[in-house]
Design a protein around this ligand. Sequence first.
Ligand SMILES: *Cc1c(COP(=O)(O)O)cnc(C)c1O
Length: 372
Amino acid sequence: MSKESDKNLTNELVRQHIIDIKPYQPIIPLDVLSEEIGIPVNRLIKLDGNENPYGCSPRVKRAIADYNAYHIYPDSSHLVMRKLLGQYVGVDSNNIVVGSGSDELIDLILRLYLGPGDEVINCVPTFGMYSHCTAVNNGKLVDLLRDAAYDVDVDAVKSAISKRTKIIFIASPNNPTGNVISVYDVLSLLAFGIVVVVDEAYYEFYGTTMVPLVREHENLIVLRSFSKWAGLAGLRVGYGVFHDNVIRYLNKIKPPYNVNVAAQIAVKESLADTGYIRDTIKAIIDERKRLFDKLDEQGILKPIPSNANFILCRAPKGKAKSIKELLESGGIIVRYFDSPPLKDMIRISVGLPRHTDALIEALQRIGGTSYG
Ligand SMILES: *Cc1c(COP(=O)(O)O)cnc(C)c1O
């Protein structure tokens, strides 16, 4: 393959900010990993993607198998989904836009607001798509470090807001740190008249939302996803709650058929089976406590309290990579970070009880060796 620094016609024609983008680092697909470490996919314990280990509602699988009109385009206006989502969220269905994952909505929001030279505030460490999509949309990223407890440094944010600041992204609960922002802090940021995007991808594991504020604050956007709580990461559905004044423009730029028929069926069936999903959420929240306590007691990884379905842990200095690799060679996949501000950190998604047991056992074995 040619390089970005090569002199060729394409590199002269492609927009410079695209040439400068660093590719997004997605999680490695299971079948690829399975081949790499020589363990069959069904024996791998996948704790790196914050997915729901119980899977989606059985109703989803049945309805998708039974459907027989895949040759027909989906409803581009998302009428049925938005009606059900409106009831689920407690807002008018006209204030909802559905996307191919909330990732798509992050991009659409940036397209809506960003002009050349406009700034986006990002509170790191956080979800990688905010910085990635800002780069794709030629925005100027302003990274602000969270405080020692990983809370948003609201004073630092306020002093960083300039005439060029258009948007601030805040995940709450935040990925990968698991902590949340208060209504008070969100209100104080809204007062600056910039767009505040509160990403509630993990809302169902926490239970408090900023949605009711959207009606009074046209510069507040709340994002949600079906990937984590509803076990639908593979089908790509997210949605956002937007003020009346914003939604008309968003609808103008939304690609018409952005959510496929299978995903639309999955949303409908999931929302008809929230009892089932709530049971899995409860099991995950219970397991989060058990995993936290076991890690804490064991003392090899130091867990940080979380309001989501994962736990960020501090590894002994310089050991995150070797612990991740040793776990992986035993078929346990976790996410590891090794550059500031997440140096020596490992993020573990909450799995089934037997996943916790296998992880703790594997860590015990690693702790008994002179790893690293
Ligand atoms: C996983 C995640 C998302 C992605 O959601 P999709 O709907 O799968 O695109 C968005 N925000 C945060 C903070 C996440 O961790």
